[in-house]
Design a protein around this ligand. Structure first.
Ligand code: GLA
Ligand code: ZN
Length: 712
């Protein structure tokens, strides 16, 4: 049974609607500040984020604090029933600070210190910067932590980047000592006997540099882990002084889509609520599916990080100013894009930003209020309409999907697989491989979690492991247990190659999963872009595998469902990567069609304990394969799609439930009008209450939220 989570803030038990509000850019225009409140009410805004880059407005000179404008602002918001995420201003420093204390400025990997400027340009280690943050945050917290308008803390902004100053080098060495205990252990883990790289003193150890060490994979991995640790340590330093004044107020840090540089699974443990900033490049192609699935995947990732609803902290109400092409959202897309976030677990739709800046680099970035300054714009109307929709759906806050399927992706695997010089330096495509699996589940309307090796896997029926190149022994053991206990595991090529130090598993790949998968991967062939191979799945193999499945579809007839719509038997195109594998207990379901390994297994299944472990040895490029393959697996595992129906291409169905009612989101990213045949449950439109059955018509970019009695 899906339990409902309490609202993110008890002050506002509803979906949040609003965005970044920067009145510090308009302090000389009281008329505009008053007008903002009128417009916010018109747009159905109930929450804003304030003070994000306001350091120079809050401390114009060292030790001189000016909180009057913030006092007035928060009082005015409270008086008008609008709440605020109050930011700490550390995302950008005032010029006086950089001038007086150059150590606060970041040093690049090339060991050159940045000049003052930009934002996100500070050293996370600098004692001076930490002291300045402490002074500021302590004052903010003492003054505002119990203010009625304040929902919680928005700490800094989009943490990211790294610093290579001497202070950070020392911190890196200290962190390494904590990890390894001795130089001998570090030398072993980094395989420093190669190219005579052995260290004889800690002082010789440095961060990677373009003009120094950068090919020691274990070192690169540890540097990335350290950067995460140091960033999170800085975040916790900020939070400490906020929590001191009111431990109840939640703290968040706005994340970015599947951000490469920080391990968000580590960061997630430090924050109270996940929030993130989504800027889809809609209309880059006629078919919105690639963009839609990337953002769907990200929403699922951010929900999975804490297994709780998250906040969409920023999105643009129209266009951005930094993408290669700034497209206007076509009619319907604002609602579709916003409801997509809600469908996957967001309890908010927030924007960057409320009012367009008059000057500097973001003056043409989309905002709710245009330079024209009034509400009579297309964008304002879109936003106000969405405000009405969100206000009509307060029951959604705190609800979660029922999830039986997960994709496992670790950050350190991503770093390692991309760092290694290996089978295809001309495009290894790890992320695309992950998305290839995800897209099929999205199209089939299967709610999916995105999990890491340390997460509890026991609740899932199907677990997908795309290119798990870095795989720890203990993860292998956990996955084996998962299979033995009845789970279905799918692993792909280039899995189980190295351990946590990027040292190869000896004795045969896929290392810790060799027995579980019942195969030995002897070698991997990188294909040139123009080369192709084929996966051939015989009808008999499919039948054999069906009869060997564990439990069919639980007695439920979903014969007309998407899951059953595609038969697996057939031929599928392969590109880029082909492993030559040998059966060691597994059974071949498909074989290579071409090259000197034609006839060798390319798709296998190993029955083990109560479960089964599939291995896909080659990069099948044909989306039809993934639909058929995962369709078969979810049918056999008894996993129920959101709707028992075949969804048109580019249309997905997602779900949130409070245990009593299911909210079914039907989202049309096909770029055309579409029609979805509902299954035979009783549906109502969650916004209007209208009873629905039979065919559901979806406009181009249409999005509907349906309500039904919860399924068990
Ligand atoms: C990021 C930042 C915002 C703003 C937007 C523009 O998400 O957090 O301050 O610059 O980008 O899209
Ligand atoms: Zn530094």
């Amino acid at each position: 049974m899906t339990a409902k989570h309490p609202p993110i803030s008890p002050k506002l038990p509803a979906l949040l609607h609003g965005g970044d509000y920067n009145p510090d850019q308009w302090l000389d225009r009281p008329d505009i500040l008053a007008e903002d409140i009128r417009l916010m009410k018109l747009a159905g805004v109930n929450a804003v984020s304030v003070g994000i880059f306001a350091w120079s407005a809050l401390e114009p000179e060292e030790g001189v604090f000016t909180f009057d404008w913030m006092d007035e602002l928060l009082d005015r918001l409270a008086a008008n029933g609008i709440f605020a995420w109050l930011a700490t201003p550390s995302g950008a420093r005032p010029a006086w600070m950089s001038e007086q204390y150059p150590e606060v400025l970041r040093v690049g990997a090339n060991r050159v210190r940045n000049l003052h400027g930009m934002r996100h340009n500070h050293c996370y280690t600098s004692p001076v910067y930490r002291a300045k943050v402490q002074a500021m945050n302590t004052r903010l917290a003492e003054r505002y932590a119990n203010h009625p308008a304040v929902l919680g803390w928005h700490i800094s902004n989009e943490f990211g980047g790294e610093c290579h100053c001497d202070l950070c080098q020392d911190a890196f060495r200290t962190w390494l000592k904590g990890q390894y205990g001795s130089l001998e252990a570090l030398n072993k883990a980094w395989w420093t006997s190669f190219w005579s790289h052995a260290y004889t003193s800690w002082s010789q150890v440095e961060s990677p540099a373009p003009h120094g060490e950068n090919m020691v994979h274990g070192q690169n991995l540890d540097w990335r882990r350290f950067v995460t640790a140091q960033t999170v340590d800085f975040y916790l330093h900020e939070a400490k002084f906020l929590k001191a004044a009111n431990p109840e107020l939640p703290c968040t840090a706005n994340f970015m889509d599947w951000f490469y540089d920080l391990d968000y699974r580590v960061f997630a443990e430090a924050v109270d609520v996940i929030s993130w900033d989504a800027y889809p490049t809609w209309h880059a192609a006629e078919d919105e599916k690639n963009v839609a699935t990337w953002f769907a995947f990200n929403h699922d990732l951010f929900r999975s990080l804490k297994q709780k609803p998250f906040l969409l902290m920023e999105s643009t109400p129209s266009l951005t100013n930094w993408q290669p092409i700034s497209k206007l959202k076509k009619p319907g897309m604002h609602r579709l894009s916003s409801l997509q976030a809600v469908a996957h677990g967001s309890d908010s739709v927030m924007y960057f930003q409320w009012r367009k800046s008059r000057g500097s680099s973001e003056k043409f970035h989309g905002a709710v209020v245009d330079h024209a300054g009034h509400e009579h714009t297309r964008v304002f109307r879109d936003v106000a309409e969405l405000g009405e929709t969100l206000a009509a759906l307060p029951e959604l806050a705190g609800t979660m999907p029922r999830v039986e399927t997960a994709i496992l992706c670790d950050w350190d695997n991503r770093w390692a697989v991309n760092d290694a010089q290996g089978p295809r330096n001309g495009g290894l495509h790890y992320e695309q491989t992950v998305l290839q699996q995800y897209e099929a589940l999205w199209q089939l309307g299967i709610p999916t979690d995105i999990v890491g090796s340390n997460d509890d896997l026991s609740g899932y029926k199907l677990l997908i492991l795309p290119m798990a190149y870095l795989l720890r022994q203990e993860t292998g053991a956990a996955l084996d247990r998962f299979v033995q206990e009845g789970g279905t595991l799918v692993a792909t090529y280039w899995t189980g190659i190295v351990d946590e130090h990027d040292l190869c598993h000896l004795g045969g790949f896929p290392g810790p999963l060799r027995e579980t998968l019942g195969i030995w991967a002897e070698e991997i062939d990188g294909l040139y872009d123009h080369e192709r191979n084929r996966l051939i799945v015989a009808a008999s193999a499919e039948a054999a595998s069906d009869s060997g499945g564990n439990g069919g579809n639980g007695g439920r007839d979903n014969g007309n469902s998407a899951a059953a719509a595609n038969a697996l038997a057939g031929e599928y195109e392969i590109r880029e990567l082909c492993e030559r594998i040998h059966l060691e207990g597994a059974e071949a379901l498909g074989v290579y069609g071409d090259d000197f390994y034609a006839g060798m297994p390319a798709l296998t299944v190993n029955r083990r304990g109560e479960g089964q472990a599939y291995y896909l040895a080659a990069r099948v490029s044909d989306p039809a394969f993934y639909l058929a393959f995962y369709g078969k697996l979810i049918r056999e595992a008894g996993i129920r799609p959101v709707l028992d129906t075949v969804l048109p291409e580019g249309v997905t169905a997602q779900l949130r439930s409070d245990g009593e009612h299911d909210f079914v989101f039907v989202l049309n990213f096909s770029g055309r009008e579409a029609e979805v045949r509902l299954d035979d449950a009783d549906y109502r439109d969650a916004e209007t209450g209208e009873a629905l059955s039979g065919k559901l018509e979806l406009a181009r970019y249409g999005a509907r939220v349906l309500k039904r009695t919860a399924r068990g």
